[in-house]
Design a protein around this ligand. Structure first.
Ligand SMILES: O=C(O)C(=O)CO
Length: 684
């Protein structure tokens, strides 16, 4: 195969790098660039130079049907309307017998910042290090320009996405260089490539010797060709999920699960012989370079949903080189028409991550209509279906009617019980001896008689952490509502009793107050993080012992007594145990400040409800915000519901689409891990 990249007048380094990637694609596969639209963000660019640029690729394509005039679009950041189009003339008919790629670039003067760079374009381009596969080393390049990085990224994205036989294990140097690149978006890139190869491989980059503290990891997931594209994409999502979950309990061999459940195999050796066993440790939750997937085939809603689930909630920054307005070549149009619904939902899955990234800025290219469409797509999603997930993993699943009196009897025929059913000795007696694992999709497990379950040799798993953010949001919400008398305001509004007075219905600020967290677990921690935005003066916490996270948050460890006496806001996050049952009683409320607000997002039974009602009625405390109560739910005529200074919710802390999906998935994984002889994600 002859390859030639011809850079004519005034070579531009950025463009060269970009085309170099394109060049690989052409060299290794075929002009698949044709269906990929990419956008470059130019801060300053000479439009006339761009317009006069002609780029020509000529290849011989033996396996694809001819396509013509495919475009690579480049547009300005400032002026979206003025898109400039570079046309790739993919003149297949005129190609030689040999595969030949000729790319010529007249000039792109956009990257003025690179003009002074002395880069030997010819030698770098003419001897691409990775055309034959295996290793790509950018170590000779001087990184530092956003424009150039962009080109490289897009080139890489293209290549990773499309070159499904090109096994590239990017060098460590490359990634550490990446770290040095300008702009927040290049902080710590992960690259995951949904691609396939004959031998499935899982490549990663080891820690750079010289940068011990910087964990630069790049990972590429290559899935066997026997796996259909949809599986590939599913893996991709799961892979990301694994990265993002980053919990120490997560087994880094977990990917194998998914491989084994399909027709493709991942090399056992590659996974088990990995030197970097702590692969999941220290995975930052930011900055991903996510090459977009070129979607050709049908994807099921389940898979789309899984990917969406994987991406949702955890990404706070993600770059996607994504094809906008995918205009597939004629030969693909029918396929798209036939699968548009699925395609749409899959795109939404990917783009969701992008939407996330938009919140803090990033490299994106969507117009408002796209985003509205995507959001709509998401709203249409049903929530995650646990049975489907389990079934995909070869389990027989029966959904019991939660109201049915004899769930225990039904359980007799099952190995696993997944749900929030009350499980005690009596239940287990009628459940019989087949049951081996109980997995609750909740963080709290006071509905499980753990001692009894364990005594019978049954395993138990729960689903903490994934709900902490959602519950913390509710904690903050309740605190604000109670401190600002919002429930009372609403009651008065409904009764037509609002007044105009300057002093009417005054509440209390959050700023400059002392917040006391009772139980600084994951939810307490997330609550503190969120409250920091409200200019709180001091955070106190109490529990069994002082915690490092408390120190990290700048919170002070104190006794419960001191916390109750000093805090303006007391937030109860403790689980229900013998020790915590009714810990908030008359005596506790008596210690609290008169102006204090009590928030409970832990468990209702940790509070003596009658004592709380007394405290609220007598003005012993100012107000309460309760997500959990005893009893639960409260009867409609309960006194708490009548108090103007009590904001009461029906235990909604973790009730969001995303969080409930995550909780369900965690429980499912506990079950699957058990069946496969692996440690549970969260064992009780
Ligand atoms: O998971 C739990 O324990 C909950 O209370 C959910 O809100």
């Amino acid at each position: 195969m002859r390859r030639k990249l011809d850079i004519t007048s005034r070579p531009s380094a950025s463009a060269t790098y970009f085309f170099r990637e394109i060049h690989h694609i052409n060299a290794v596969r075929h002009p698949v660039i044709t269906v990929y639209y990419s956008y470059a963000t130019f801060r300053s660019y000479d439009k006339s130079a761009l317009t006069s640029t002609t780029t020509t690729t000529t290849t011989k394509n033996k396996t694809h049907s001819p396509r013509n005039n495919y475009e690579l679009r480049v547009r300005t950041d400032e002026n979206v309307v003025e898109d400039t189009t570079l046309v790739f003339n993919n003149n297949i008919d005129n190609a030689n017998d040999q595969d030949e790629v000729l790319i010529s670039v007249d000039s792109i003067s956009a990257d003025q910042d690179l003009v002074n760079e002395k880069i030997n374009v010819e030698s770098q381009v003419d001897e691409p290090s990775s055309c034959s596969g295996i290793s790509l080393d950018f170590s000779n390049m001087n990184f530092g320009s956003t424009v150039r990085n962009y080109f490289i990224n897009v080139g890489l994205a293209l290549r990773y996405t499309i070159c499904d036989t090109n096994l590239v294990s990017p060098s460590t140097k490359f990634y550490s260089r990446f770290r040095d690149c300008e702009g927040p978006r290049y902080g710590r890139p992960f690259i995951a490539a949904p691609a396939s190869s004959v031998d499935a491989k899982f490549a990663w980059v080891r820690r750079d010797e010289n940068r011990q503290n910087d964990i630069m990891r790049a990972s590429k997931l290559l899935v066997g060709t026997r796996a259909p594209r949809e599986t590939t994409f599913l893996y991709f999502g799961i892979f990301f999920q694994r990265l993002l979950l980053s919990s120490s309990n997560e087994s880094d061999t977990a990917l194998r699960d998914y491989h084994e459940s399909s027709s493709s195999r991942i090399g056992e050796e590659e996974l088990t012989n990995r030197e970097d066993k702590s692969f999941m440790d220290g995975v930052p939750t930011a900055n991903f370079l996510l090459p977009a997937v070129f979607i050709q085939e049908k994807f099921s809603r389940d898979q789309a949903r899984t990917v969406k689930m994987c991406f949702s909630s955890r990404l706070n920054h993600c770059i996607i080189a994504f094809p906008k307005n995918i205009q597939f070549a004629k030969s693909l149009e029918t396929l798209i028409d036939a699968t548009w619904d699925n395609l749409k939902s899959l795109r939404a899955s990917v783009l969701f991550a992008l939407l996330e990234s938009l919140k803090i800025g990033g490299c994106y290219d969507l117009d408002r209509n796209d985003m509205v469409a995507i959001e709509k797509c998401f709203n249409e999603y049903e929530s995650f279906q646990r049975p489907a997930y389990l079934e995909n993993n070869r389990c027989d699943v029966t959904i019991a009617d939660p109201k049915s009196a004899d769930i225990a009897k039904q359980v007799q025929q099952y190995d696993a019980l997944l749900g929030t059913t009350q499980v005690d000795g009596k239940f287990l007696d009628s459940a019989g001896s087949r049951l081996k694992i109980v997995a609750t999709p909740s963080a709290g497990y006071d509905h499980l008689d753990v001692e009894e379950i364990k005594r019978r040799g049954i395993r138990a798993g729960h689903s903490p952490r994934v709900l902490s953010a959602a519950v913390a949001e509710v904690a903050v919400c309740l605190l604000i509502m109670a401190a600002r008398r919002m429930h009372e305001g609403r009651q008065l509004l409904e009764a037509g009793k609002t007044q105009k007075g300057f002093q009417w219905l005054l509440g209390h600020d959050l700023r400059h107050k002392t917040v006391g967290i009772v139980g600084l677990g994951d939810i307490g921690t997330e609550t503190v993080k969120r409250l920091k935005a409200f200019a709180i003066d001091k955070f106190l916490y109490t529990g069994h012992s002082r915690k490092k996270i408390g120190d990290d948050l700048g919170a002070e460890f104190v006794t419960l007594d001191a916390l109750l006496r000093q805090s303006d806001f007391v937030i109860n996050c403790v689980p229900l145990t013998k020790e915590t049952t009714k810990m908030f009683d008359d005596a506790a409320f008596a210690k609290m400040k008169k102006n204090s607000v009590f928030v409970n997002i832990g468990r209702g039974l940790t509070v003596d409800t009658e004592a709380l009602v007394r405290a609220l009625k007598n003005g012993t405390i100012y107000a309460a915000g309760l997500d959990v109560t005893d009893p639960e739910p409260l009867p409609v005529d309960h006194e708490l519901l009548k108090l103007p200074n009590a904001v009461v919710l029906p235990h909604m802390g973790s009730q969001t689409v995303e969080t409930r999906e995550d909780m369900a998935v965690t429980a499912v994984k506990n079950v699957l891990n058990f069946f496969e002889g692996k440690p549970l994600l969260y064992e009780i």
